[in-house]
Design a protein around this ligand. Structure first.
Ligand code: GLU
Length: 552
């Protein structure tokens, strides 16, 4: 068979060669040594799974921490999975979590970078050029088998207990002559182009996965489809071509692709190309009834990245938590670098979990509270305002009316060695700030149960007479102490503990009563600061209100 002639018959319109693509059109990247080129390659389904964000983050960190580049490539060879605006939704979803790409698709139609197109459906000619070169070398051939013929082969293989699939002598179209092929094409019969696999049954391959270490598997023997009947490639072939031309050094992708590695390595081999390094990321798991399972788009709302946006987890918190999941040494690093930006942490691919990291919403909330505790108050005001839009009108209006007042609220007890962790996510803010706003304030009091109603009323009565809003924290506390003794409370906790029978309670109980009057709660940030922010008039009014409530 004259393979060149066959290649011309199948691809008369293809004039460029793989060499031209590899040298002239997409020259090698000039990057510092050790720089990683990675890519995130979703289908344009619009849906961003938390596992996708996880993989994207690992790719982004690997590229940027080594001075490399990350590409966003859209894998749309399967048109069935597409949705309207699917690319834009993914780009925006990732951007809202701070994942920015150096190259690739920007929205449905625009892209940036010198190695495009970055959408596979626009690269048909490129794949065909590589496929043509394989046909020229006798390493690929057209296959006209219909569904019925393929089913027939399967039945035969079952009966003979042979390895299923299109391979070796079962690959009926392998031996078609040029004349037979030409005739079928003349008749307009649809065909795919298949790899003529050089694999041997029983053969094994080994490769070193960056995350999973050495892996040994059966060699591929299947004559896999390279181009479908419409001339569009399969995922496997597109992967080999794209990652070669885009200069990908590390393919960091979900571990569902591990089983395809033998096919991929074989494709690089027949194309005469050096494969990239592979790093297969385990899925994000969830504990369900004592068992571990993958987070499911269908069953778990938290599988969708949009869930975390709606729940008001700041993007920094989600990313920080994902880094915790990615690398167990991260937690230690964070303990030693409390205020550092997480970008300073160097992610280690070989320290990633091989069994699937467990996604835990309670731990996320914890991490998030720590992250928010480090935010400047101005950032909290801005982020909450943004989040509240369309989600919490009352909160949005309250903050928008006077952002400086909001910032003053968030400034209370912020900073310092042990910042408070009252806010885990933005949904907590409404309740957290409610007593600072008359319109958000909730009725009712969390009444202390160790002080009698009469004593509470007496405390409020007395305190209202002496409160001086100009006093700072120390003077404020001294003032609270000053009313203790006349009311039968101890101004000194130690003295109280030494002889509890001698007092009705201690200064802590007294300040709790005042706190409850002002905030409705037994616990709050610095009460002196809260009272200053509310202003004397409102504080006195609230003490009056509680006194009334005590009489009811
Ligand atoms: N398009 C593939 C997917 O949806 C990408 C796999 C890869 O990163 O190579 O999973």
């Amino acid at each position: 068979m004259d393979h060149n002639k066959l290649a011309e018959l199948l691809f008369p319109h293809i004039t460029k060669t793989p060499e031209e693509y590899m040298t002239t059109i997409y020259p090698r990247r000039q990057l510092p040594q050790g720089a990683m080129v990675t890519r995130f390659a979703p289908s344009p389904t619009g849906f961003l799974h938390i596992g996708g964000l996880f993989t994207a983050l690992v790719n982004e960190r690997a590229a940027h921490q080594t001075g490399g580049r990350i590409i966003l490539r859209i894998e749309d060879t399967d048109k069935k999975r597409e949705v309207e605006n699917g690319i834009t939704q993914i780009v925006e979803g990732l951007r809202s979590f701070g994942i920015e790409f150096d190259e690739g698709m920007l929205n449905e139609t625009e892209e940036a970078g010198d190695y495009g197109p970055y959408q596979q459906s626009h690269r048909a000619e490129i794949y065909q050029a590589f496929c043509k070169s394989l046909v020229q070398k006798g390493l690929a051939y057209p296959c006209f088998c219909t569904e019925e013929e393929l089913a027939d082969i399967r039945r035969q293989q079952e009966a003979e207990k042979a390895l299923p699939g299109y391979h070796t002598s079962y690959a009926r179209c392998r031996e078609l002559t040029y004349e037979q092929i030409e005739e079928k094409i003349r008749q307009g019969l649809p065909y795919v182009v298949r790899l003529r696999s050089p694999g041997k049954i029983g053969g094994r391959i080994k490769y070193k996965d960056v995350i999973r270490g050495e892996i040994e598997m059966d060699e591929n023997v299947i004559d896999i489809v390279l181009l479908k009947t419409d001339g569009i490639p399969t995922y496997h072939f597109a992967h080999a071509v794209d990652d070669t031309l885009m200069g990908t050094t590390h393919v960091i992708r979900s571990d569902e692709w591990v089983s395809s590695v033998p096919v991929h390595l074989q494709l690089f081999y027949v194309l005469g190309l050096k494969p990239p390094k592979y790093a297969h990321v385990s899925p994000v798991m969830k504990e369900d009834g004592g068992a571990k399972r993958k987070l499911s788009k269908r069953k778990d709302p938290e599988a969708a990245v949009s869930y975390f946006v709606d729940e008001g987890y700041p993007k920094e918190a989600v990313l920080e938590y994902l880094l915790n999941l990615a690398n167990s040494p991260f937690e230690d690093w964070r303990r030693q670098n409390k205020t550092a930006d997480f970008h300073e942490y160097k992610l280690q691919l070989n320290k990633m979990s091989q069994s699937g990291a467990l996604f835990d919403l309670v731990k996320l909330a914890d991490v998030s509270a720590g992250v928010i505790a480090q935010f400047p108050a101005e950032k909290i005001t801005a982020d909450v305002l943004e989040w509240a839009k369309g989600r919490d009108d009352a909160l949005e209006q309250a903050i928008a009316r006077d952002p400086d007042y909001a910032t003053a609220i968030f400034s209370i007890d912020r900073g310092g060695k042990k910042p408070r962790k009252d806010i885990r996510k933005w949904t907590d803010v409404h309740d957290f700030v409610s007593y600072f706003y008359d319109e958000l304030r909730q009725p009712g009091y969390e009444m202390p149960d160790n002080v009698s109603r009469e004593d509470m009323a007496a405390i409020l009565e007395r305190y209202a007479q002496v409160y001086d809003e100009s006093e700072d924290k120390d003077a404020w506390f001294a003032r609270v102490k000053s009313i203790c003794e006349p009311l039968g409370f101890s101004p000194d906790v130690k003295a109280y503990k030494a002889d509890p029978g001698a007092f009705k309670g201690h200064v802590g109980d007294v300040s709790t009563v005042i706190r409850v009057a002002i905030t409705g709660r037994k616990n709050s940030p610095d009460l002196c600061a809260i009272m200053q922010l509310l202003g004397k008039e409102r504080c006195l009014e609230r003490m009056e209100q509680m006194k009334k409530a005590l009489q009811d």
